[in-house]
Design a protein around this ligand. Structure first.
Ligand SMILES: [Zn+2]
Length: 238
């Protein structure tokens, strides 16, 4: 299968479903990672152009751990809005990846870029095979299956699907740690809660917590997008 994980920002994917993507890759599936934005507000010292270039390179390196191709749609961080161009960009991306499965944000999350990325993916799923909707990548005859990963810090999210990532947690950690720029950014920008803290450690705790729920050392939790034309009677996660 072809698997596309799309998040709003560089580091969303690795923290939320990096272990699962590593499992898909190990099993021989083709994996793509993508971000809607380039993360260009994620620094208190560098210019927007400089931090965007760094963050895209960090995302590319993270993807390389599992042999995945990284694609950035290059929208502005925190200023991502839906219009016809954005919809067509998303359709083109999914068609380029010939995605069978798409992993993306939960419809309800803390950040508007996250929620809009999720919304557009769910909106366009049925448009992928529609030939009259023209994009650079051609239409293909499939409505991709959509899986939601958990919102940041797992708030209000009860998984219905679990993936045992015990054998890929080290790969997930390595993928997360490619996003070096974000450790100092989080400390600079959220001084009251983040000073001296390596926020990637939080994702180990979440993986342990989801692991407790399903009886393994480490797990990632998901929910299926159960909307018309993408409900399946079998399991698609590894
Ligand atoms: Zn994000």
């Amino acid at each position: 299968m072809n698997i596309l994980a799309i998040g709003a920002h560089p580091d969303d994917i690795e923290t939320s479903c990096g272990g699962t993507l590593a499992k898909y890759a190990k099993a021989g599936h083709k994996v793509f990672t993508a971000t809607a934005t380039n993360g260009n507000v994620g620094s208190s010292t560098l210019s927007m152009e400089e931090i965007a270039a760094i963050r895209k390179e960090e995302a590319r390196r993270a993807a390389a751990h599992i042999g995945a191709e990284y694609i950035c749609l290059d929208y502005d961080d925190e200023m991502f809005f839906e219009d016809k161009t954005a919809r067509l960009d998303f359709i083109n991306l999914v068609r380029y990846c010939k995605a069978d499965v798409i992993l993306t944000h939960n419809p309800h999350d803390y950040n508007p870029d996250h929620e809009l990325t999720s919304k557009i993916i769910n909106d366009i799923a049925v448009m992928i095979p529609v030939e009259k909707i023209k994009t650079k990548a051609p239409a293909y005859d499939k409505i991709p299956i959509i899986v939601y990963f958990e919102p940041v810090n797992g708030l209000g999210f009860v998984p219905t699907e679990y993936v045992d990532i015990t054998d890929t947690i080290d790969i997930k950690r390595a993928m997360c740690r490619e996003h070096k720029s974000q450790i100092s950014w989080m400390q600079d920008n959220y001084k009251d809660t983040m000073t001296g803290k390596d926020f990637f450690e939080d994702y180990d705790i979440i993986a342990k917590y989801r692991g407790i729920q399903c009886g393994v050392p480490y797990a990632e939790g998901f929910r299926m997008a159960n909307d018309a034309f993408r409900v399946i009677p079998y399991r698609i996660l590894p």
